[in-house]
Design a protein around this ligand. Structure first.
Ligand SMILES: *[C@@H]1O[C@H](CO)[C@@H](O)[C@H](O)[C@H]1NC(C)=O
Ligand SMILES: *[C@@H]1O[C@H](CO)[C@@H](O)[C@H](O)[C@H]1NC(C)=O
Ligand SMILES: *[C@@H]1O[C@H](CO)[C@@H](O)[C@H](O)[C@H]1NC(C)=O
Ligand SMILES: *[C@@H]1O[C@H](CO)[C@@H](O)[C@H](O)[C@H]1NC(C)=O
Ligand SMILES: *[C@@H]1O[C@H](CO)[C@@H](O)[C@H](O)[C@H]1NC(C)=O
Ligand SMILES: *[C@@H]1O[C@H](CO)[C@@H](O)[C@H](O)[C@H]1NC(C)=O
Ligand SMILES: *[C@@H]1O[C@H](CO)[C@@H](O)[C@H](O)[C@H]1NC(C)=O
Length: 737
C-alpha cells in the first residue's frame, strides 16, 4: 500500500525527489514533517535513505567541526549522529554550560550548513566509553537515586535534563526548519525494569511529543512509542533483520551503531578490516535497512578527563576518519563508493522490501543450494549478491558463474555489470599520510615538582573518604594524608601496603614526600578490588612520626552505570601498612586535598604559569614522579597551513603517564604503556591487532583551534615520572596527494 502510494507520488508530483534523494538542503530553513512507515523514515511524506555517521561534538572542537562536516558530506553521508553528554553540560547541579566543545548549537548549525540531517541521541545515559556513561558524578549524592530505573529521583533528574536539552535545541528541530529529524531516549537498555521502559515511552508520547519527530530506543528494550534499532557488527548475519521484520512489521529498520569501536590501554591497537565493514554495510542495505550509522564515523579524542574507565585518549581511531581527522584509507574511499551508490539508487531501494533468494554455489562437482549464498534484487535495477560463508566460492546468478570472496557482497546492475565489490579495495591507496617534525630540535623545558604537602584546604575525617564524594570528579586527583609513627616491623625493606580501591584507578604512595611505589589498574570495567604493593621502608627510622601520603588518580569512570551500581574512586575501605590497619584511629585522622596545587593555580595557562617557581634545570625532573614540565614552541615548520586536514600531534615518546596541556587545553590522558597482543580476538567487531609491544598510543592530537602561530605554551604533568622529556616532539601528519 505504502509503496504504491509512493510510486504514484514519485511518478507524478515529486519526480525530482525520486532521482535525487532528499537531503537537508532541499528542506533547509522551512518547517518540514518527519515520520516513518514500515520501510523508512519519511520526510514530507517521502521515504528517505539515511546514510549516517556518529560524530561526538566534545570529541573534537568547534574549530574542527566545519572541516569534519564537510568531509562527512563529501564521503557520502547525509546524516550525522551524536549523543548528548550530560556531564559536560551540567558539571555543577543546575548550572548548564554550552560553551567551547559543549557548544551543541554550533555543532548543529555546522551540520546544517554542510547539508546534513541530525539524529540526536539524548540518552541521557549514553555509555559511549565516556566518563561515567555521560552521567554527572554529583548524581551519586542525590538521596535515594537508582540509575536508569523506575525511581523517582532518577526519573525526575532525567526528565529535567532531557526537557532542558529539547528547549535548547528547539530552533534546530525539523518543525522549525532545522536539521534534527530523529531523537533517542535511553541507550541500550538491557535491564528488567519494564516500568522504567514504559516511563521512557510515556515521556516520548507526552512531554516530548511536541518535538514532532520519531524517537528511537536502541539495542535493548524499546517502548511502544519508540523504534527499536540495531547496534552490532552485522545486523543481517546476527539475525536482527529477521527478528525485526517479524516483531515490528510496521517499523523501519535502523542500524544506529555499526561498531568500529574503542581501544583499552595496555592492549595492542585493534582494527576492523575494511572488507568486513564493507560487507556488513552492503548486507544491511541489501536486507532492507533504510538508516545506517557508523559508530563512529569520526571517533575523535577523549580530551581532558572524558574517557571511560581504561579507555585511550584516541577514540575509535580505526573508523572512516581517524581520531586526528585524517581519512582512514582504504576504508574511507571503499565505503564512500558504496554510500554514493546507495544514495543514487535510494528511490528504487525504498519502493519496497526485497526478499532473500538463495543462490546455488559450486561445491567442486555440481551446483548445490544452501543458505549462505543469496541475492536481494531491487526491481530490475540493483542486485546484491551475498556470500556469508567464510571462504571464497562461486555462485550461480542468472546463469553466470560469479566468484565471491569469503563474507562479501557484490552489487550488479541489471546487465550484470559489477558496480561494487565489498572485498576488492585494489586501486585505493592504503595509508597515505606521513609525519613531519614541526619543531626542529628538542623542546627547552623548565620543571616544577608538585608538592606532597600544601596550604590548600583539606577535609579531615577519621577514615579515608571515597574520592568522588569529595571531588565530584571535577579533578581526577585526590590526596589522602595522615600521620603515622612507624613500628620497627614496618620500617623494613619489604613492607606490604594493602588497600581497598577500585578498578581503573592509580595510587601513588609517599612517606614525607619520598616516593615509595605505585599501583594501577586499567581495566575497562568498574568494581572494587583489594591490592598490595611492596615498598622499601628500611631507610626510615622506627618510632618516628611521618606523613603518609597517597595520591589517587582516577583513570576514568566506567561507562556502564545502572541501578545501584555506582562508580567510586580512590580509597573505598581500609589501608594497611605492614599489617596495621590505618582506619578507625581518632588520634591520626586522614586529610583529603581535592586536586593538585598545579591545578589550583592552573600553571598550564599563561596567567597561572608565573604562580610557581619553575626551574630551568629540567633534567632534575627526569624519572621523578608528580613532576611538571613546561616549554614553548612556534609553528614555523608546518608543511601544510590547514591543521584540520593535516593535524598537529604531540609525540609523547619519552613521557610516562599524565596529562599534557597546550595553551591551557588538556589533551587528555597520555600513557606510554605497552600494547600487548591478546591471544583472544579483540573485542567488539575488531579482528586484528597491530603494533604489538609498541605504546598503545604514542601520538596525541592537538586541535587546530588550540594552536597559535607563535609562542604556544605546552605543559606536562607526569605522575609516574618522565623518562626522557627531551624526546618529546611535535609533528604534523600530512595527507599526501
Ligand atoms: C556557540 O557558538 C556560537 C557560534 O559561534 C556563538 O555565537 C555562541 O556564543 C556560542 N555559545 C557559547 C555558550 O559559547
Ligand atoms: C529516601 O528513602 C527513605 C526510605 O525510603 C525515605 O525515608 C526518605 O524520605 C527518602 N529521601 C528522599 C529525599 O526522598
Ligand atoms: C505495548 O504494546 C503491547 C502489545 O500491543 C501491549 O501489550 C502493551 O500493553 C503496550 N504497553 C504499553 C505501556 O502501552
Ligand atoms: C565456476 O567458476 C569456478 C572458479 O573459476 C570454477 O572452479 C568452476 O569450475 C566453475 N563452475 C562451472 C560450472 O563452470
Ligand atoms: C578488483 O578491482 C580492480 C579494479 O579496481 C580489478 O582490476 C580487479 O580485477 C578486481 N579484482 C577482483 C578479484 O575482482
Ligand atoms: C600530623 O602531626 C602534626 C604535628 O606533629 C600536625 O601538625 C598535623 O596536623 C598532623 N596531620 C594530620 C593529618 O593530622
Ligand atoms: C572500624 O569501625 C567500624 C565502626 O565502629 C567497625 O564496624 C569496623 O569493623 C572497624 N574496622 C576496623 C578495621 O577496625
Amino acid at each position: 500500500m505504502h509503496s504504491l502510494l509512493f510510486l504514484t507520488a514519485c511518478l507524478g508530483l515529486f519526480s525530482c525527489v525520486c532521482t535525487s534523494p532528499i537531503t537537508y538542503e532541499s528542506v533547509r530553513g522551512t518547517p518540514y514533517k518527519v515520520s516513518y512507515d514500515n520501510r523508512a523514515i519519511t520526510i514530507n511524506g517521502a521515504r528517505t535513505m539515511l546514510i549516517a555517521g556518529a560524530i561526538h561534538y566534545p570529541r573534537s572542537t568547534p574549530g574542527m567541526w566545519p572541516y569534519i562536516m564537510k568531509m562527512a558530506k563529501n564521503q557520502g553521508l547525509n546524516t550525522v549522529q551524536t549523543y548528548v553528554f550530560w556531564n559536560i553540560h551540567e558539571q555543577k547541579p543546575g548550572v548548564l554550560d554550552f560553551s567551547g566543545r559543549a557548544n551543541l548549537s554550533k555543532f548543529l548549525q555546522d551540520a546544517a550548513d554542510a547539508g546534513l540531517f541530525v539524529n540526536l541521541r539524548i540518552g541521557p545515559y549514553v555509555c559511549a566509553e565516556w566518563n561515567n556513561g555521560g552521567l554527572p558524578a554529583w548524581l551519586n549524592q542525590v538521596p535515594n537515586i537508582s540509575f536508569r530505573s523506575h525511581n523517582e529521583a532518577w526519573e525526575s533528574a532525567m526528565r529535567k535534563f532531557v526537557m532542558s536539552i529539547i528547549e535548547y535545541v528547539n530552533p534546530y528541530l525539523a518543525k522549525n526548519g532545522g536539521p534534527i529529524i530523529l531523537a533517542q531516549i535511553e541507550n541500550e537498555y538491557g535491564g528488567n525494569d519494564q516500568e522504567y521502559v514504559n516511563w521512557c515511552g510515556s515521556l516520548v508520547t507526552n512531554e516530548l511529543s511536541s518535538t514532532q519527530i520519531p524517537w528511537i530506543m536502541c539495542n535493548g528494550h524499546a517502548a511502544n512509542s519508540t523504534i527499536e534499532t540495531c547496534n552490532s557488527c552485522n545486523c543481517l548475519d546476527d539475525g536482527w533483520i529477521d527478528r525485526h521484520r517479524h516483531d515490528f512489521p510496521d517499523k523501519p529498520m535502523l542500524f544506529t551503531e555499526n561498531e568500529g569501536w574503542f581501544q583499552p590501554w595496555g592492549e595492542a591497537v585493534a582494527i576492523r578490516t575494511t572488507t568486513d565493514v564493507a560487507y556488513s554495510v552492503a548486507e544491511w542495505f541489501a536486507g532492507g535497512g533504510s538508516y545506517h550509522s557508523y559508530y563512529m564515523w569520526h571517533g575523535g579524542n577523549n580530551y581532558g578527563r572524558t574517557a571511560g574507565s581504561g579507555i585511550t585518549t584516541m577514540y575509535a581511531d580505526d573508523v572512516l576518519l581517524h581520531a586526528d581527522g585524517t581519512p582512514n584509507e582504504p576504508k574511507y574511499t571503499q565505503l564512500s563508493r558504496l554510500q554514493h551508490l546507495i544514495a543514487d539508487h535510494a528511490e528504487v531501494l525504498l519502493r519496497d522490501y526485497s526478499s532473500r533468494t538463495p543462490l546455488p554455489y559450486w561445491d567442486g562437482a555440481k551446483w548445490s543450494t544452501g543458505t549462505q549464498q543469496f541475492v536481494y534484487s531491487y526491481s530490475s535495477a540493483l542486485h546484491f549478491v551475498c556470500n556469508q560463508f567464510d571462504n571464497p566460492l562461486s555462485v550461480l546468478f542468472r546463469n553466470q558463474n560469479i566468484s565471491m570472496a569469503g563474507q562479501s557482497v557484490r552489487i550488479f546492475d541489471n546487465d550484470l555489470n559489477l558496480l561494487w565489490d565489498s572485498a576488492n579495495t585494489s586501486g585505493i591507496a592504503s595509508d597515505n599520510t606521513e609525519f613531519f617534525p614541526v619543531v626542529i630540535g628538542p623542546l627547552v623545558w623548565k620543571t616544577w615538582s608538585e608538592p606532597t604537602e600544601s596550604n590548600l584546604p583539606v577535609l579531615t575525617s577519621p577514615n579515608p573518604i571515597e574520592q568522588l564524594k569529595i571531588t565530584n570528579d571535577e579533578t581526577i586527583y585526590l590526596w589522602y594524608r595522615r600521620n603515622i609513627t612507624l613500628t620497627p616491623l614496618q620500617a623494613q625493606a619489604n613492607t606490604i601496603i594493602k588497600f581497598d580501591t577500585r578498578k581503573s584507578n592509580a595510587l601513588l604512595f609517599f612517606l614525607n614526600g619520598e616516593f615509595l611505589g605505585e599501583f594501577d589498574n586499567h581495566d575497562h570495567n568498574q568494581g572494587g578490588l583489594t591490592a598490595t604493593i611492596a615498598v622499601d621502608l628500611s631507610t626510615f627510622k622506627p618510632n618516628q612520626q611521618y606523613s603518609f601520603e597517597i595520591l589517587s588518580v582516577s583513570l576514568g569512570l566506567d561507562n556502564g552505570v545502572w541501578e545501584n551500581n555506582f562508580e567510586y574512586k580512590g580509597i573505598v575501605g581500609n589501608v594497611w601498612l605492614g599489617g596495621q590497619s590505618l582506619i578507625n584511629d581518632t588520634n591520626n585522622p586522614w586529610e583529603h586535598q581535592k586536586g593538585l596545587v598545579g591545578e589550583y593555580f592552573q600553571i598550564y595557562t599563561e596567567q597561572g604559569s608565573s604562580k610557581v617557581d619553575w626551574s630551568t634545570q629540567w633534567t632534575k625532573g627526569i624519572d621523578k614522579p608528580i613532576t611538571w614540565f613546561q616549554a614553548r614552541f612556534d609553528l614555523d615548520h608546518l608543511v601544510r597551513e590547514d591543521t584540520n586536514a593535516n593535524p598537529v600531534l604531540l609525540d609523547a615518546q619519552g613521557l610516562n603517564r599524565g596529562h599534557a596541556f597546550v595553551n591551557g587545553n588538556d589533551l587528555g590522558l597520555y600513557w606510554l604503556i605497552q600494547g600487548v597482543c591478546q591471544d583472544k580476538t579483540p573485542c567488539c567487531c575488531q579482528h586484528a591487532q597491530i603494533n604489538c609491544m609498541q605504546p598503545t598510543q604514542r601520538y596525541y592530537h592537538i586541535p587546530s583551534d588550540w594552536l597559535m602561530p607563535k609562542n604556544n605554551l605546552i605543559t606536562v604533568f607526569d605522575d609516574l615520572g618522565a623518562h626522557s622529556p627531551g624526546s618529546v616532539g611535535l609533528v604534523q601528519r600530512v595527507v599526501l596527494p
